[in-house]
Design a protein around this ligand. Structure first.
Ligand code: MN
Length: 271
């Protein structure tokens, strides 16, 4: 089995080394194509306005001056030659990817690009704790449980167009009791905010940040499972259509295109 690894924390990330150890339990034919520098939060970004540079770091190891999406495209189209990967693993991300922040996630994006090529793809993330500037991630937890979960997933077919999003809780391996198959939850990312600081020349600059308020999330969601110390496995697809709204909208808006504004007074009044 040929396996392609990528991530969004960069080629030197600890989580990628962890993923390599996981992947080597399945195959010796492991390829790494990862961003040269961290790309967390870049989502499905694609580099279109500047050239991409590839550094060959070893026989099957490449660093790319782009995003995880760029990495998977380059690896599959070019760097890996004729023999495409049978599996794409993305991660292990430094921090979980849950709820709607999967759309910010470069880790999930790496898996989505593998899926777009028709390759089975799994995103893996390790929940962690931040003490001031220090990040403490129990990589051992991902390393202990990922191989069993991956082999279970690979034993059965799954729908084309679906990736698996696996999140390990912030616990040591001996504290983890359960895997839960979950749905994508909703965190309310109005929690996302910008912190203003002042540079040495007196000009303002900003850091994007999560406020991280404690919340109780609904049962059955990825957020709840990981908060309660379970490993979460969520099948994700990229179709963002809201099915329930389609028929309503069809009745109202389908057919000949409207040529005038309806009820302008009502719209101005905010009714
Ligand atoms: Mn990351």
């Amino acid at each position: 089995m040929r396996i392609l690894l990528t991530n969004d924390d960069g080629i030197e990330a600890e989580g990628l080394a962890c993923l390599e150890r996981i992947a080597r339990q399945f195959s010796d034919d492991v390829w790494v194509c990862a961003p040269e520098v961290e790309q967390s939060g870049k989502g499905r970004g694609l580099t279109l306005t500047e050239p991409l540079r590839v550094k060959t770091l070893g026989e099957r190891r490449f660093a790319v001056s782009g995003t995880p999406t760029d990495c998977v495209i380059l690896a599959v189209n070019d760097l890996m030659g004729e023999h495409k990967p049978d599996l794409v693993l993305s991660g292990v991300n430094r921090g979980h990817n849950l709820g709607e922040d999967v759309s910010y996630s470069g880790t999930v994006a790496g898996a989505l690009q593998g899926m777009a090529f028709g390759i089975r793809s799994i995103a893996l993330s390790q929940s962690l704790e931040r003490f001031h500037d220090e990040v403490i991630a129990p990589w051992q937890t991902a390393e202990t449980f990922a191989p069993g979960i991956i082999s279970n997933l690979l034993e059965h077919d799954w729908d084309e167009g679906v990736i698996m999003n696996v999140n390990f809780p912030n616990l040591s391996p001996d504290q983890v009791r359960e895997v839960e198959v979950t749905s994508q939850g909703f965190r309310d990312l109005s929690e996302m905010h910008a912190v203003q600081r002042t540079d040495l020349r007196g000009r303002p600059y900003y850091w994007m940040s999560f406020r991280g308020r404690e919340q109780v999330y609904p049962d059955g969601t990825d957020l709840r499972a990981v908060a309660e110390g379970r490993i979460s496995v969520t099948p994700l697809h990229i179709d963002l259509t809201h099915r329930k709204s389609v028929n309503d909208l069809k009745r109202r808006l389908g057919g000949a295109p409207p040529r005038q504004v309806l009820g302008p007074a009502r719209i101005r009044a905010g009714l």
